[in-house]
Write a new protein. Structure first.
Length: 194
């Protein structure tokens, strides 16, 4: 019985340490890019010893691979996936998804900026690229099915790809110039893409 309780405490502490490391990595990347990221900087910001980072992630690249999953699974997909509903009109679905991405950016621009840097780093790191491409493909499939309820399969595929490409471009643009789209732009985009 005591072993089970201690095991549970250790698992919780391990998870807390992992989250501290991930949040510190996000902060460093958003402020200094991936090139400025080091396990030593992350350990200082996260207030964990360097050995904890090596235990959880083995290396800087291991940390980046885990960070890609962490951002997608904790910040992006939980907010976007519930919005995908085939009973919605395409224009409404596009508007809601685009608005939600803008809310995420407004609340935590560091998350979206880190995701952009991870996407670019994926050109060097095959595993990061696979994680992001697989997440995008799964998201495309869900969007295609939702759009497919009110348009042809071919058109649904084009609309979902066009929408995600536009949103990714907008996130990159906002990361550079910091300008947020207004409601009118969101409305025009949702009509144009559907």
């Amino acid at each position: 019985m005591l072993y089970e309780r201690l095991k549970g405490v250790i698992l919780v502490r391990g998870q807390e340490t992992r989250e501290k490391i991930m949040e510190a990595a996000i902060k460093v990347i958003a402020e200094e890019t991936i090139e400025g990221l080091s396990t030593r900087k992350v350990s200082g910001i996260a207030e964990v010893n360097l050995a904890a980072i090596h235990y959880h992630h083995r290396s800087k690249d291991g940390m980046l691979i885990d960070l890609a999953r962490y951002i997608l699974n904790n910040y992006v997909l939980p907010r976007l996936e519930p919005l995908i509903d085939s009973s919605k009109q395409p224009v409404d679905l596009i508007r809601e998804l685009y608005s939600e991405v803008m809310k995420i950016y407004t609340e935590r621009s560091d998350i979206m900026v880190s995701l952009v840097y991870l996407w670019l780093h994926g050109m060097k790191n095959r595993r990061i690229r696979e994680i992001l491409i697989n997440a995008r493909a799964d998201f495309y499939d869900r969007l295609d099915r939702a759009f497919g309820a009110s348009m042809s399969t071919r058109r649904a595929s084009k609309v979902s790809k066009r929408m995600l490409t536009f949103i990714a471009g907008k996130i990159m643009e906002m990361s550079v110039d910091g300008e947020m789209p207004d409601e009118r732009e969101i409305e025009e985009l949702s009509k144009m893409l559907s």
